[in-house]
Write a protein that binds this ligand. Sequence first.
Ligand code: SF4
Length: 409
Amino acid sequence: MSVSIDLSPRTRAKAPVPPASADERPSLIGMTRDELAVALADCGVAERQVRMRVRQLWHWLYVRGVGEFDAMRNVSKELREALSVRYTIARPEIVDEQVSNDGTRKWLMRFPARGAGRPVDVETVYIPEEGRGTLCVSSQVGCTLTCSFCHTGTQRLVRNLTAGEILSQILLARDRLGDFPDRDTPDGAIVPAEGRRVSNVVMMGMGEPLYNFEHVKTALLIASDGDGLSLSKRRITLSTSGVVPEIYRTGEEIGVMLAISLHAVRDELRDELVPINKKYPLEQLMQACRDYPGVSNARRITFEYVMLKGVNDSPADARALVKLLKGIPAKINLIPFNPWPGSAYECSDWEQIETFADIVNHAGYASPIRTPRGRDILAACGQLKSQSERMRKKDRVAATGSAEAAATG
Ligand code: SF4
């Protein structure tokens, strides 16, 4: 059952879809410093002032987290006006916000249309835990890959998110959680007792981040910039299904922590569960992991392994997993499968998961069984699928009365 939080306009908002032409202004959020310099020069800022103005904008956008030009108090009125005519720094619209019984939050965010396209909806999830708050960020609307256990994989790719849209998910979450100066934490919110509300970011939401490499790279370099959001690269994890060439680029050009959506230890089964395996089989994937820059016992690669009853959860699979990861500083996350409507799998029995975990732990790998979070609001791993897609399906079913439409997603 979904649990919606209080329905005041501050925490739950519904608004009509703006027309595609509503706001064609590009966002300053997600621009590199060089791009900001060009934007400022376009607004008439003298060359000798550009660097100073870039520093000011960066501070307002990423340290103070402002969402309107008028809040930039040390920027002249003329420049604020010139900027606002050409650019926007607005946050995405919040279409829905849900809070799970366990404190997990899921936002459905709507980004304006780009070009001839339509507005798009994206889900972002916040998971508070002891001492940390992790934000699970989306990189694409839908996904081209069709991992058979994943709900997002049933939604066709609509488009890649821009660097600004990826960053905006972090900014909006920090707004809502009171993680910027002058912002309040919602009453009763479960957040870390000390430090940042959003302390960690995982690129593990909708989409395959390495199929949107340039935008993800720009966004993560801005997120980890020490003069702005200042998230340590050790607290940013990029999760991939195994796009091997871009794993090498991630290590060299971004330098964040790596997670692999593994789920099977034999090519035959992985071809079925994670079909990109047909293109980049396990041997190539494991080599890319061994070669990942900076990987060490202090900077382990995380391997995600969803527990599917009777599919990949036998003791023999556990032993094969240990063998496969030999020599790679690794952490294994065992994920009890989170069912979604129409999925073909069941979650492994708890005893089976514990037996599996024992074998892996005994071999020296830290392998926590990830407690399912946000299940009641379909916010758990592999369950993300935009609300608009669900609504469209509902409409199709209502229009046709077709059980087939209901089953195909
Ligand atoms: S697991 Fe990731 S890559 Fe695979 S279908 Fe789901 S969102 Fe796409």
